[in-house]
Design a protein around this ligand. Structure first.
Ligand code: PLP
Length: 419
């Protein structure tokens, strides 16, 4: 924070910026790769942070990329991912997207039986190098956050394994289609326990073995077990770690580690969340009904989930002075508000912090995934600048611009101004 203030990346002219610890990402990916055997391929879920330099760095670190839209696909390609390093998972793939994926040899997970018919028709007239799987919903239930629990009984994702007749219909589908060589699942994300996730993965792995037994050979060769490792938003500790999750999978689904299958993972949030933060200037402070309120420049535009679901997505905040020095002193409950014009635009309610003053900065921790990288265009607020940083052995901080602050001219253009 001191370096950012000293370099003028934050201040009166630069009210809001986000930062990514590039060395931290490398370390996180190293811990991910160390936790699993070499027959695991780790595809980063692009929606968690689709910034070009972040994707490029993750590729350098040896990750693949999971995409779910034409935009994410284009971002992955531009970041250097080769077609065979990409997995396409959208639940709403158009015929055109499926055709393109099959033509380029991109791995593809089919979401439903109608999509299966489309792929079947295309596979009847042309060949493809794509690894093709079906997304299976193991229906293991809901975590503490419904919106990120994808393996509920009535989830919109995948084919529900426990619904009447589906298991038989799925097995028949594999028997009739030798090109169906994968199964896919993604049980859920934040709010799901490791046990819940591992039990969902285990069910789908067992089902893959059931398919192979029914076919009479190892037709299913790829097990894509999704992402979803929950992130600790309460402290600096990286818990649970990938090694803990891997250990749990070893007991729940040992086949993943037998070497008989190629295994793909799709971690997003856990790779980047703790390697990023948002910093914003405090513009004004006041009291209202005895409540201390600080009006800052970080609100729903960079922290939509926290603002709209404050209990479920609480994040840690720290206070810094205008020079970027950590603020100490008596902690007083304060509402830390954003700049948006709706009453709920609050990053934290009654949060005990040293009393904020105009010109101070507020830092929102663990926001490297699904925050500033996917902004919400409310009040026509510009997308924040994003800087990567490295800290040298001499404690010198080096910044690199990852995304420029959106100009007001560009904001106007995106409102439909034709030139
Ligand atoms: C979002 C998503 C992921 C990544 O989830 P995280 O919780 O960010 O790890 C992986 N796979 C699929 C299919 C997803 O939709």
């Amino acid at each position: 924070m001191q370096a950012a203030a000293a370099y003028g990346l934050l201040g009166e002219k630069h009210l809001l910026a986000a930062f990514i610890d590039m060395d931290g990402i490398e370390k996180t990916v190293a811990s991910l790769r160390a936790a699993f055997d070499d027959h695991f391929t780790h595809a980063f879920a692009a929606k968690a942070n689709c910034l070009h330099r972040v994707l490029a760095l993750l590729r350098q670190c040896g990750m693949g990329c999971e995409v779910a839209s034409p935009g994410e696909f284009a971002q992955a390609r531009r970041a250097g991912f080769l077609p065979h390093e990409i997995v396409l998972d959208s639940p709403a793939k158009t015929l055109g997207e499926i055709e393109q994926a099959l033509r380029l040899g991109i791995a593809l997970n089919i979401d439903n039986f109608q999509e299966l018919e489309r792929v079947t028709a295309l596979m009847a007239t042309s060949s493809s190098n794509s690894e093709i799987g079906i997304r299976i919903n193991p229906q293991v239930g809901v975590g503490t956050i419904a919106a990120t629990s994808t393996a509920t009984r009535t989830s919109k994702f995948g084919i529900p394994l426990e619904d009447a007749g589906q298991r038989t219909r799925l097995i028949q589908a594999y028997i009739e289609r030798p090109w169906l060589t994968g199964v896919h699942t993604h049980v859920g994300s934040q709010g799901c326990s490791l046990e819940l996730i591992a039990s969902g993965v285990a069910k789908v792995v067992t089902f893959a073995e059931e398919i192979n037994a029914a076919v009479g050979r190892q037709q299913v060769q790829v097990l894509d077990i999704g992402g979803g490792l929950p992130v600790n938003f309460a402290s600096d500790e990286f818990t649970p770690g990938y090694d803990e999750y891997a250990a749990l999978l070893r007991t729940h689904a040992p086949a993943l580690f037998s070497g008989a299958y190629r295994v793909i993972t799709e971690f997003g949030r856990s790779v980047v969340a703790k390697n990023g933060f948002i910093a914003a200037r405090v513009e004004y402070t006041k009291t209202s009904g005895d409540r201390h309120i600080a009006i800052t420049h970080a609100g729903a535009q960079v922290a939509a989930r926290t603002v709209f679901l404050p209990e479920m997505w609480a994040i840690r905040l720290s206070a810094f002075d205008a020079q970027g020095r950590f603020k100490r002193g008596e902690k007083i409950p304060q509402d830390v508000a954003g700049p948006c014009c709706f009453a709920g635009d609050i990053l934290a309610h009654e949060r005990p912090l040293p009393l904020l003053e105009p010109g101070d900065f507020i830092l929102a921790h663990d926001t490297g995934a699904y925050y500033f990288s996917t902004p919400f265009q409310y009040n026509s607020l510009p997308d924040a600048a994003v800087y990567g940083f490295h800290i040298g052995d001499d404690h010198e901080v080096r910044f690199e611009l990852l995304r420029a602050e959106q100009s007001i001219e560009h904001v106007v253009e995106t409102s439909g101004l034709f030139k």
